[in-house]
Design a protein around this ligand. Sequence first.
Ligand SMILES: [Zn+2]
Length: 160
Amino acid sequence: MDKGLLIQKIKDGTVIDHIPPGKALFVLKILGIDENTREIVSFAMNVPSSKIGIKDIVKVENRVIGEEELNKIALIGRDVTINIVQNYDVVKKFKVKLPSEVIGVVKCPNPSCISNTSEPVSYRFVVVDGRLKCHYCGKIISKDVEKWIVKEDVKREKIK
Ligand SMILES: [Zn+2]
């Protein structure tokens, strides 16, 4: 029995498990979950875990989130595990994988980068040796990636 089962099992949806402690809110941000979200979203922070000590968990009901979107979560934790649940059964389970390119979720720390101007270009990073390198100015983010995470639609709104 999972000791960490503080939040109810879900019937259908996506369970994001083994999130590093305290980082659940960044996961919500990466997935664009905010006050306009209609799905039932529950999360727990600092839950005891036999595998990683303490962890956070996010559950999004009635929504199967795409693998590409979920893989962006690897930015904040390489051990994050995804469970796709259908009718209370886990039908698919996988570990997130850092994509080779990250578009839109991370803001370039360089204030004079073209992606930080009013130009209609999305934030865009290539992954080099597990680190993010800005496609435009070459700036590398080597630590505290979560500091630069922006809500997915921030830049999109700017483009409109
Ligand atoms: Zn840049």
